[in-house]
Design a protein around this ligand. Sequence first.
Ligand SMILES: [Zn+2]
Length: 178
Amino acid sequence: MSAGGWDKFMKNGSFSIKEMYKHLQSDLEKVSWSRVLCQNQASPRSLFTTWLAVNNRLPTRDRLAVWGIVAIVNCCLCNAAPESVEHLFFQCDFSAQIWSMALKALQFNRNPSPFSNELAWAFKSAKRRFAKHQLFLMYFAESLYAIWLYRNDQIFNQNHINMTAAVLFREISFKVAC
Ligand SMILES: [Zn+2]
């Protein structure tokens, strides 16, 4: 096999089951990914934002601060913690309220959890056919997108409008319904 083949399963010169397993795991993750994104009927823009969030490519303040681009790291929605993907979705009080409304609307009897956990729920939902789980995926993507847009508006638009979590949730529900 060529250099791009077996050598990814080699460690210290010998074939490693562990390396192969790790590789298969990442392939499995890719499959889960494509399910979360491709079987999702949310808008393309919200799916793109979801893809960026999942790959930690959103320009959140914690990342910008590392590059020395911004000095302020706190979340502009709550000002209570550094802004990161995990915080924005959905540890932040403001977005936790939104996600809690979505979970309630979908009759999931649990509280919002940090992004990586919600992502695990999304993986599970992507394997299921019930409308409730398909709606979960749409709400997930549309909520990420709406919260990200709202956050951008708060930071970059001097004439931004302050919304309550309930108002933003209604907007998200409207997009899902469409
Ligand atoms: Zn916050």
